[in-house]
Design a protein around this ligand. Structure first.
Ligand SMILES: *Cc1c(COP(=O)(O)O)cnc(C)c1O
Length: 431
């Protein structure tokens, strides 16, 4: 089994966090998202404890809500001591509706509109992470109008390619996110930020990408940030108090993916930063990290009911499911690999080669191709692992498929946290 919260019971059914997935599918219907809250909490603790231990006081993980944003996640990450990053007014609204403290929100976004800026300021978010000079000026003006003194970080790009998927790699020079250091623009960005009377600059943010398995990309990023901070100190007499080094630690989607030692990596990044800062003669800043995927991805499992096997003679066998790209667009977007199991017969040999196809009128609607599962019969429950991140968050109503329900599993009990959309929900905005 890919994770230690998965097991097979004496009925041959897959269990997640000790609960029978076939029973959960019967009770709540399919497609169904499961989220093992205890596993989310364990990941939160790993980050909080390692960051407290190895980084300066005040260093904290920010949960990257874009990975999985719904009201039920915020009390969990809040009670574990995380702050949160939000990328839109909708995410701010969700976090606040769940009672998350506004002061612990860090507001991202590459094109914040004037309305977004006004909303963020009115909501009293702790920090704006300012993406570009246009936003900087608009934010300063609106902060003045609202009589607010706003704390900010500046998003800079370090020009690194951490060898991950092109579509989820955001730290290179040619990027629509942030302002590049290499071209000299980031230095001018800092100078302009220091001159804004309603804004207080605390430091820099950089996010290099996703599905990163080792600390070396973060260490390369740290080197560039330290060099930049040193330059800002010398040229502008500006001392950065915070480095936000972004998110991006990888998770295991399939057996061949390595397991990331989060605490070990944090220790390596810390050693590297401390040495670098000492050499550069700058104080070690408070460190923020923004884990999303590595907090929620492997706590999530999606359950489907299969419509059975459809054989195209001479080609392949399709196993059809009652969801697909509408609840998990990642295969259609990135050809992401997934581990799939026949949850109804998890005790049987996974020796049937097939392609998992969704229900949409779209040939790209697949979840996995040429994988092996125990041969299913119509009505069996199919489980797709590692769907906690960027699945519900990216779900859609294409073909008017209602979004699935989400059930949280905590200390041996299941709780409906997001109800299944109804057909009335589908037409609710339509006049
Ligand atoms: C996507 C993103 C994250 C989260 O990345 P994960 O790979 O989910 O950890 C954090 N910060 C920023 C700025 C992002 O764009």
């Amino acid at each position: 089994m890919l994770y230690d919260n998965l097991s097979v019971n004496d009925r041959g059914h897959l269990e997640v966090a000790g609960l029978d997935t076939v029973d959960l599918a019967a009770e709540y219907g399919t497609p169904l998202y499961l989220l093992d809250e205890d596993r989310v909490r364990a990941h939160c603790r790993t980050y909080v404890e390692a960051m407290r231990k190895y980084f300066p006081e005040g260093s904290v993980p920010l949960y990257a809500g874009k990975a999985l944003c719904f009201k039920g996640i915020y009390p969990v990450v809040d009670s574990e001591g995380l702050s949160a990053d939000v990328v839109s007014p909708g995410e701010i609204y969700t976090a606040l509706a769940a009672g998350f403290p506004a002061g612990k929100l860090y507001f991202h976004g590459t094109n914040k509109t004037d309305e977004d800026i006004a909303y963020g300021l009115r909501s009293r978010v702790g920090f704006f992470i300012v993406d570009n000079p246009n936003e900087l000026r608009a934010l300063n003006a609106e902060a003045g109008r609202q009589g607010v003194h706003q704390k900010i970080l500046l998003r800079v790009t370090v020009g690194l390619d951490p060898h991950t998927l092109e579509a989820i790699n955001t730290g290179r020079v040619d990027s629509q996110f942030g302002v590049p250091i290499e071209t000299g623009q980031a230095a001018r960005f800092v100078e302009e930020a220091m001159a804004q009377e309603n804004l207080e600059l605390f430091g820099f943010h950089s996010h290099i990408g996703s599905q990163i398995f080792e600390s070396d990309s973060f260490c390369d990023q740290a080197d560039i940030l330290i060099r930049f901070a040193k330059e800002m100190k010398e040229k502008l007499d500006y001392t950065a108090r915070i480095f936000n080094i972004g998110g991006g630690f990888g998770v295991r989607y399939v057996e061949s993916d390595p397991e990331v030692d989060i605490a070990g990596n944090i220790r390596e990044i810390s050693d590297h930063l401390r040495k670098g800062c000492a050499q550069a003669g700058i104080p070690m800043p408070v460190i923020l990290m923004e884990p999303g995927r590595s907090i929620v991805a492997d706590a999530g499992v999606t359950l489907y009911t299969t419509g059975g096997i459809k054989t195209v003679e001479g080609y392949r066998d399709y196993v059809t499911v009652d969801g697909g790209m509408t609840d998990n667009p990642r295969y259609a977007l990135y050809k992401s690999a997934y581990t799939v199991l026949n949850a109804s017969h998890a005790d049987q040999a996974a020796d049937f080669t097939c392609t998992i196809a969704g229900r949409c009128c779209e040939s790209g609607d697949r979840i996995a191709e040429e994988i092996q599962i125990a041969k299913p019969r119509r009505g069996d429950i199919i489980a797709v692992l590692t769907t906690g991140a960027y699945n519900y968050a990216m779900s859609m109503n294409y073909n008017r498929v209602p979004r699935p329900a989400l059930v949280m599993l905590h200390e041996g009990t299941a709780r409906l946290a997001v109800r299944r959309q109804t057909f009335e929900d589908l037409v609710a905005c339509e006049l």
